[in-house]
Design a protein around this ligand. Structure first.
Ligand code: ADP
Ligand code: MG
Length: 460
């Protein structure tokens, strides 16, 4: 978020007398004096229990925009354990739910409103005993929540006042439509429903039609802004021949040793391979997070990186949305995003918060340079970066390693094949075209002298 995103004439203290004073003092302790635009524009309606659709880019402060009114309402209604659940917040991923939950916890430091996190991957009966006590605010992912609503009678949401659907676009993209519909059926009709999303497309509109009362309030922040990304962000692209990618990444990470860097890959297998390579063979400080890891592992990686002073986090797009990792210095898009929206979400991991600065670079092959123009149509403007030639010795080291180390070779092969599969399925085929990708050169970036056998490309 840039200073422009802070709403000029407002301060939180203007809400004195309107919302619970403990919320205001906690906000002060958190160091927030002024609301962001989305907070200033949405909160007055939310405090009146209006249904609302809020569109604002990642990093604009949506979490507090919905948490403050939700908490305030339950305080005013005098919610206690026996009232059960008064507010449900739905998040698309466990990480995002956890992050929302942590902001909620902070906000409730001095306030006695029970709250819990209900996400997949944790023990279900632990959830049940929590829910049985009567949890006033529940932060949850759709699958697990629906599970509880359907199979156990422990969940009292007769008094539900508010449902918040966060990152609705991502929820729908991740195939949670059915779950969300199922949840809507189980919840009382007479409640406030709030939907937040970075982007509003037809699917989000349909969900809004289904879930919200008629004539909801629409709030769009930055709709006509000149840029889709925040102004503290320096972003550029680097044209790199496909066979030199790994050497480039090595150089990049070495240069950024003292900084915090997130590197995006297109597949879990690719994350695993690069993680092993850098961790074991380059003794780099790296961690990894992707969708095929256990919940415990993901949580550990997330927390570790949040607390780290420096180091790299290798990830897939699971980690791209919503994660609030403070002060990431560089976002590296090693593999291309599937579309401009994903690009914007990925770079949204840096330059967050007021006056923050951050850097982003996307690696493109010479044949892919057109993507830069494509992003310009989405009001994303990239500079062309030069980094100097990547070192040759690391490439030789990698190739030798793959020849000699069977375990690494297996990882490399899986990563290479997954990389090709993702590339082949890229929706922007005119720019990311597998037909002009030289397989032999591409396999070099995974350390192969000889290209592994690929059987799924010929079929098309
Ligand atoms: P979004 O959900 O829109 O992506 P978040 O709610 O995660 O954004 O907030 C992004 C960052 O902005 C967080 O680091 C948060 O602490 C910070 N933030 C939120 N509200 C304010 C505010 N009023 N002033 C300054 N920073 C804020
Ligand atoms: Mg958010």
């Amino acid at each position: 978020m840039s200073a422009n995103d802070i709403y000029p004439k407002c301060t939180f203290s203007m809400l004195k007398g309107k919302i619970d004073c403990r919320i205001l003092s906690t906000l002060r302790q958190m160091g927030f004096q002024r609301p962001t635009r989305i907070q200033a524009q949405a909160m007055p309606y939310l405090l009146q229990q209006k249904d609302l659709i809020g569109a604002a880019k990642t990093g604009s402060g949506k979490t507090l925009a919905f948490l403050i009114p939700a908490v305030d309402q339950l305080i005013k209604l005098g919610f206690t354990l026996k009232h059960g659940t008064g507010c449900i917040i739905l998040s698309p991923t466990r990480e995002l739910a956890l992050q929302t939950f942590e902001v909620l916890k902070r906000l409730l430091t001095d306030i006695d409103i029970s709250h819990c996190l209900i996400v997949g991957g944790e023990k279900k009966n632990k959830d049940v005993s929590k829910l049985q006590k009567g949890m006033n605010i529940v932060v949850s992912t759709p699958g697990r929540l629906l599970d509880h609503l359907q199979t156990t009678n422990t969940f009292n949401c007769k008094n539900l006042k508010c449902l918040i659907i966060d990152e609705a676009d991502k929820l729908l993209e991740s195939g949670f439509e059915k779950h969300v519909n199922g949840i809507l059926e189980k919840l009382p009709n007479d409640k406030q429903t709030v939907l937040f999303s970075a982007t509003i497309d037809d699917r989000v509109k349909n969900l809004a039609r289904l879930a919200l009362r008629s004539d909801p309030i629409w709030i769009t922040v930055d709709d006509d802004a000149k840029r889709s990304t925040v102004s503290g962000l320096q972003q550029g692209y680097y044209i790199c021949p496909v066979e030199k990618r790994m050497a480039w990444l090595y150089k990049m990470l070495k240069k950024c040793k003292k900084l915090k860097v997130m590197v995006f890959f297109s597949s879990c297998k690719s994350v695993d391979f690069h993680y092993e390579f850098f961790r074991v063979n380059c003794k780099a400080i790296v961690s990894s997070i992707h969708g095929r890891q256990s919940q415990a592992k993901r949580k550990e990686a997330y927390h570790g990186f949040v607390e780290a002073q420096n180091g790299a986090l290798f990830c897939t797009d699971v980690a791209a949305r919503g994660l609030d990792i403070p002060s990431v210095d560089w976002i590296v898009q090693y593999d291309p995003p599937t579309d401009p929206k994903e690009y914007i979400h990925r770079v949204g991991r840096t330059a967050r918060g007021m006056n923050s600065k951050g850097n982003a670079v996307i690696l493109l092959r010479p044949e892919e340079e057109e993507f830069v123009k494509f992003l310009e149509n989405e009001k994303v403007y990239l500079d062309k970066y030069t980094f100097g030639d990547p070192p040759a010795d690391i490439q030789e080291f990698l190739q030798k390693l793959i020849k000699e180390n069977g375990v690494m070779k297996v990882l490399a092969r899986k990563a290479f094949l997954s990389f090709l599969r993702c590339y082949k399925n890229h929706p922007l085929k005119s720019i990311f075209n597998i037909k002009n990708l030289d397989l032999q050169l591409a396999s070099k970036a995974f350390g192969f002298d000889e290209t592994p056998h690929v059987d799924f490309l010929r079929s098309k």
